[in-house]
Design a protein around this ligand. Structure first.
Ligand code: UN1
Length: 497
């Protein structure tokens, strides 16, 4: 059985505990991919010491040079795309089409970050005084602690890591314990591309040990966390106490609205992809379907047939539409929500069980509940699985109110042919992302990604905004007048020539 290690202080090293855990294929629990370190506080401590040295060196490398390393990273990922996708499906479960997309998102992020090395704009503005310059510019912050989820094993770490690196920070990377192999491949690629070793540290293990030690460590001034709102709250409390810069990406309860005037065939494809793609394990997954009353019954008929026809199975086999859930805990959580739905009086239209076949993996049938009441637990709480709740509404106002009446605010979608309704939705839906005539999933790497309310804490990943998070703005004033000029006191016109 292959044993993998942490990457600390420029070497692949065993964890201080000497303990390892099995990384299993969720489609076939008997298939063990390898054994990965169960690290703890001591490993994080060593990672911080090394990253401190890495940072001292990396911050002095000009940003275009830092970007050049990421360009090579993108080139290597492009060459190895197929092989990484296969390894990712084996440890995470989603079908190959999706894992290829996940790697592609990493490639897009690499090239975007690489070109940002030649921008990282500050601003030069006029001073109110003569012979004085005023400008803002960016500086790196230090060590970035990145705590990543399992559902996008390549894309999400790259969203965090590449902007952090191009801004000149060193990185301590903790992949989710369900996907340590993809995390390892990513670090190998960074090293092959020429990243100086001490700039990146990889520490495997559980959130309670490694993640918590990173959040607690005073030597890590910046934390980026993607995961549940419950864990995010704990992370936020600690970071607040220690004055750390923190970006949180957390839960979602995303809705697709289908209006009476929508193209129903298009809306159907969107609902299936949004709800059951990645087995519903996306923060952006469609977990609510809000149907206007006239098309409600017809649309449900169309949806039921197609949902039943989805093929569950090993994501590495041809023809698989939906892979397994990530682990046994996820399965149990989904089952618990099916029970909650039934007890709340929602009607189970299809699914609701583990399939009879495929008992060797963490499979669960695509599940649809109808007659779901707005405000019920099924309608309000994040499930992170293949469960879609259908709510019937009379008009756009009610649809918008139902969409907005949850504690989360990541993504939303509306299908309509009416341009006014579409723009109203863009204006009125309380989410970080709203799609018109497209599903709730499918964010592109060069636009800001994130949500409002309890989905986040105001930061964005991806796009241009994330560079604000990973850099500190500094202001420089250079007075070359040779006299004391007092801002706000001396006249704007200064002393006459
Ligand atoms: C997530 O939902 O967890 O928008 C990330 C998408 C992907 C990223 C999703 N590009 O669906």
């Amino acid at each position: 059985m292959k044993k993998f290690n942490n990457f600390i202080a420029g070497k692949w090293v065993a964890p201080e505990s000497g303990e390892y855990f099995d990384n299993r294929n969720p489609a076939d629990r008997g298939d063990v991919i390898g054994r990965f370190p169960l690290s703890d506080k001591r490993d994080v401590e060593r990672a911080v010491e090394s990253a401190t040295r890495g940072f001292a060196r990396w911050r002095r490398t000009p940003a275009p040079g830092r970007g050049d390393v990421l360009r090579v990273v993108g080139d290597i990922m492009t060459k190895r795309k197929e092989e990484i996708a296969d390894a990712m499906t084996r440890e995470m479960g989603k079908p190959l089409t999706e894992t290829r997309g996940d790697v592609q998102e990493g490639i897009d992020t690499a090239y975007y970050a690489s070109s940002e090395g030649r921008r990282l704009f500050g601003k030069t503005v006029p001073s109110e005084l003569r012979n004085k310059w005023a400008m803002s510019y960016r500086r790196p912050i230090g060590i970035a602690g990145l705590i990543c989820p399992f559902n996008f094993p390549m894309a999400i770490p790259t969203w965090k890591m590449f902007p952090a690196l191009v801004c000149g920070n060193a990185v301590i990377f903790k992949p989710a314990e369900d996907v340590p192999h993809t995390g390892t491949l990513l670090v190998e690629i960074l090293l092959d591309a020429g990243l100086p070793p001490e700039v990146i540290q990889l520490v495997h293990g559980r959130g309670e040990q490694v993640g918590a030690a990173m959040v607690d460590h005073p030597g890590i001034p910046l934390i980026s966390f993607t995961g549940s709102t419950e864990t995010g709250r704990i992370v936020g409390e600690t970071c607040g106490r220690l004055h750390k810069r923190l970006s949180l990406e957390m839960g979602g309860k995303n809705a697709q609205i289908v209006m009476d005037d929508a193209d129903l065939d298009l809306a159907l494809e969107g609902a299936l992809w949004g709800a059951f793609g990645t087995t519903g394990q996306r923060c952006t997954a469609t977990s609510r379907l809000i149907l206007q009353k006239k098309i409600h019954d017809k649309f449900l008929g169309m949806l039921e047939d197609r949902a039943r026809a989805l093929k569950l199975g090993d994501g590495r086999k041809k023809g698989t539409d939906v892979g397994p859930l990530i682990n046994e805990d996820a399965l149990r959580k989904v089952e618990a929500y099916v029970d909650i739905g039934v007890s709340e009086g929602a009607k189970l239209l299809t699914g609701g069980e583990r399939p009879k076949k495929l008992s060797g993996g963490n499979f669960f049938e695509p599940t649809i509940f109808t007659d779901v009441k707005a405000g019920s637990r099924l309608e309000q709480e994040e499930i992170f699985g293949p469960v879609l709740s259908v709510i019937r509404v009379k008009d756009a106002d009610e649809a918008f109110a139902v969409n907005n009446d949850v504690k989360y605010g990541l993504s939303s979608s509306i299908y309509t042919r009416d341009v006014n309704t579409a723009f109203r939705a863009l204006n009125e839906l309380d989410n970080g992302i709203t799609y018109v005539n497209a599903p709730t999933i499918g964010a592109e790497a060069h636009l800001p990604f994130g949500g409002v309310k309890q989905t986040g804490n105001g930061h964005r990943e991806g796009g241009w905004e994330v560079y604000e998070f990973y850099s500190e703005t500094k202001v420089g004033y250079a007075d070359f007048s040779g006299t004391l000029q007092r801002a706000q006191i001396d006249t704007y016109l200064g002393t006459p020539d």
